[in-house]
Design a protein around this ligand. Structure first.
Ligand code: ADP
Ligand code: ZN
Length: 730
């Protein structure tokens, strides 16, 4: 890394986190500043955060240029991170300040290091034991020498602060000052790993060699669920850390981390840094700083962990790499899986993409030689892959408002009788997707969006899944004013829960859906409870398809396999294939054999047949062939343009204007489709119009797009956003 230093008074240019798409000149402050330093600069009447980007441009009169107000006491931004931000900005067509905001998302980043009061267990027992006191002490006894802030302590043990101060007064709890940002406990690299099977060992060796080479590379680690992918990549992590490099594991769902963290702790004897939206402010700030100083060896986090200022990043693992939640859809639109590859290539790190059902993108990148592929074909130990069968719903003749077929019901009973767990999968939150007036046919919609309100009986309200707005449940039709004829139509997981409770009165039924748990912690606890046998029938959405380990679960029932196959999404087949295989993979993870039953009205559908046959390679090849013929990703490039605004005419005018003037795009042989109202034509009161650009692989799509969209002058509150490689078309 080149070290550049600017003496006091020298002109420097600063990239701020404010929406100004260029750098601004300032004078270096007293004491000078380094390239990459995090600084505070005056901007109009305000002080804003920025980073020293380089030598000043000198476009303004020197005497008018203001001086940097403050240089923060944190490690300056490394050139590699800046490079990454610039490349990511150019790829996603995101203004640099927005990119910089992603990289500075640590609260009180700019405060000087300070101390805080922390509490830990001292000796002795209180004179009088109360239930609250017992809770605090049990918690502290479990935590050994660890210290906690008052806030953490009261939260973890669910007591008021006066309970803690009472115990401090008696000397049962010790109160001390410590620096706010402590290094993370170091990982013990001498602990033994599990004895790997021959197949696992071979994969681990290859990954280890790749990490040790010190060169960039990406490996797709494909292995059926339960084959030990995690065990294998833990060895790659160990290697990176042995070489003094940091490792990052990206996970798609916070709920997953509970089990995962325990595994890390067992393997390395310490907790990693946990970076996600549920982490406390203090913790985020600590992680940001410690990662920068190299005092956090292992970070486990959500996609934004890619933007932390690693000192020496050697490995990025993207677990469940096919997961759609890696695509950030609002604000800065980026795909964390692709950005991980970019980030790693910048610092000669290795990437492991792990999945049982890889994305077609990654599969294709193996085919074209960009990625290496490793396979784990056997489930570990006694566990065998579940047998997957369909239930042909055309023969079932279910009565109205029933979704569990007789065939499925029989199988469920058989499992319940031998005290095994059953999972029912339905990818629909809430009670019912539609609420309709039986008298006039009116459907309750959202006032702000072109979407139906979904009944959530659990929270006794109607909710819009686009904007989150809620309305109370109603008895009287807003249109014809008939009372008592409003009826729920179709099933959501809550309604399925009711049906299951009726059909299986002796079973404990649990409905698991992200909206039913207020905090990630509550959800995590629920999942742990289920894993240890706290439910007989688990009903859930997509959330339950993801890597949770329920050892006693032996039957998975898919209520409606046809749901995902509808619609025009180019990835509908791929998604359904992945989702069904993932869900089915939940069954029979331990010693007992599992099975999966898929309810469908179209058992002959090629995707359903592929799911049953488990001929993955064949499925990928067929899917790849079709996409190649159609010239769509990953064999062609796409960009989605969304114009939105409160005035529908203005929005359409702008879209039509773009559609007519496509010289910049025809030059690169790109085609434009649309404009058309977006599938969700209004969100939060803003009308939405889409255009879709299709181009060949290897063309300079981004620069053409910039030139093309720069022709349009947006009026009023209209906005234009570009989604490179769109994943969803809503
Ligand atoms: P995947 O990530 O492919 O779903 P995991 O790594 O989670 O698979 O492995 C599934 C289960 O099998 C886990 O409980 C794991 O601890 C266990 N397991 C896998 N490989 C081994 C091994 N070699 N020795 C002991 N247990 C193993
Ligand atoms: Zn809405």
């Amino acid at each position: 890394m080149t070290h550049s230093f600017y003496d006091e008074g020298m002109l420097v240019t600063v990239m701020t986190t404010q929406p100004i798409d260029r750098t601004l000149d300032y004078k270096s402050p007293e004491g000078g500043c380094h390239l990459g330093a995090f600084v505070e600069v005056p901007l109009g009447p305000r002080k804003v955060l920025g980073v020293i980007w380089g030598k000043g441009t000198g476009d303004y009169e020197y005497s008018k240029i203001r001086t940097i107000s403050r240089v923060f006491d944190v490690v300056p931004m490394r050139l590699e991170l800046r490079d990454f931000l610039e490349k990511a900005a150019a790829y996603t067509l995101t203004p640099m300040p927005a990119m910089l905001r992603l990289a500075t998302r640590a609260p009180r980043l700019t405060d000087p290091p300070s101390t805080q009061r922390v509490y830990r267990r001292a000796k002795g027992e209180p004179t009088r034991m109360t239930e609250a006191r017992a809770r605090v002490l049990t918690f502290l006894n479990k935590s050994g020498d660890l210290t906690f802030t008052l806030k953490e302590l009261t939260k973890h043990s669910d007591v008021t602060s006066s309970v803690v101060t009472g115990l401090v007064k008696q000397g049962i709890i010790a109160e001390e000052n410590c620096p706010r940002d402590l290094p993370f406990q170091s990982m013990n690299l001498d602990l033994p790993c599990k004895k790997l099977t021959a197949e696992q060992f071979d994969a681990a060796e290859k990954l280890t060699a790749a990490v040790a080479s010190g060169n960039y590379g990406t490996t797709l680690l494909r292995g059926v669920t339960g084959s030990g992918k995690t065990e294998v990549y833990l060895e790659a992590i160990a290697t990176a850390m042995r070489l003094g490099r940091q490792a990052l594991v990206l996970l798609p769902e916070i709920a997953l981390t509970g089990e995962f963290l325990t595994r890390i702790e067992r393997r390395f004897g310490a907790q990693p840094a946990e970076w996600h939206s549920g982490a406390t402010m203090t913790e985020r700030r600590r992680i940001w700083r410690m990662v920068g100083q190299g005092k956090a060896q292992l970070v486990v986090g959500a996609r934004s962990a890619l933007f932390l200022p690693y000192q020496n990043l050697g490995l990025i693992v993207v677990d469940e790499e096919h997961d759609t939640s890696y695509k950030q859809e609002d604000g800065v639109i980026y795909n964390a899986r692709d950005m991980a590859v970019l980030r790693a290539s910048q610092v000669r790190a290795h990437v492991v993409l792990a999945s049982a059902t890889p994305s077609l993108e990654s599969w294709a990148n193996v085919q074209n030689g960009k990625y290496t592929r490793l396979d784990l074909n056997a489930r570990f130990g006694m566990a065998t892959l579940p047998e997957i069968k369909t239930i042909d719903m055309r023969n079932e003749k279910l009565p109205a408002n029933r979704w569990i077929s007789q065939a499925l019901q029989n199988k469920i009973n058989a499992r319940l009788n031998v005290r095994e767990q059953v999972m029912l999968f339905l990818n629909r939150r809430g009670f019912a997707p539609i609420t309709l007036c039986r008298a006039c046919g009116f459907q309750i919609g959202c006032d702000q969006c072109d979407a139906r309100m979904v009944e959530h009986r659990f929270s006794k309200s109607l909710m819009c899944h686009q904007c989150g707005d809620t309305k109370p449940m109603i008895e009287k039709c807003p249109s014809c004013e008939t009372v008592g004829r409003m009826a729920p139509i179709g099933p959501g997981v809550e309604r399925l829960g009711e049906e299951a409770a009726k059909l299986f009165p002796d079973a404990r039924v649990t409905v698991l859906s992200s909206d039913m748990y207020k905090t990630a912690r509550a959800l995590k606890e629920k999942i742990e409870e289920i894993a240890s046998g706290g439910a007989d029938i688990i009903i859930g959405t997509q959330l339950i398809a993801k890597g949770h380990n329920f050892p006693n679960l032996t039957l998975v029932g898919v209520i409606d396999a046809d749901l995902g196959l509808q619609g025009s999404d180019l990835r509908a087949a791929e998604r359904t294939f992945q989702l069904m295989r993932q869900v089915a993979g939940r069954a029979g993870r331990a010693k007992k054999t599992g099975s999966a039953l898929i309810q469908t009205y179209q058992p002959e559908h090629p995707v359903i047949r592929a799911i049953l046959a488990g001929e993955e390679e064949e499925f990928w090849r067929a899917e790849a062939f079709e996409r190649e013929q159609a010239g769509v990703p990953p064999y062609g490039r796409m960009a989605g343009i969304i114009l939105s605004g409160s005035n529908v005419t203005q929005v359409f005018e702008a879209a039509n204007m773009l559609a007519k003037n496509i010289f910049a795009l025809t030059r690169i042989d790109a085609k434009v489709f649309g404009p058309a109202p977006a599938p969700v034509a209004r969100i939060r009161g803003r009308h939405r119009v889409r255009l879709l650009v299709k181009a060949g692989k290897g063309v300079a799509l981004q620069s053409a797009l910039v030139e093309w969209v720069s022709q349009v002058r947006l009026k009023g509150d209209a906005r234009l956003s570009i989604d490179i490689d769109p994943q969803s078309f809503y």
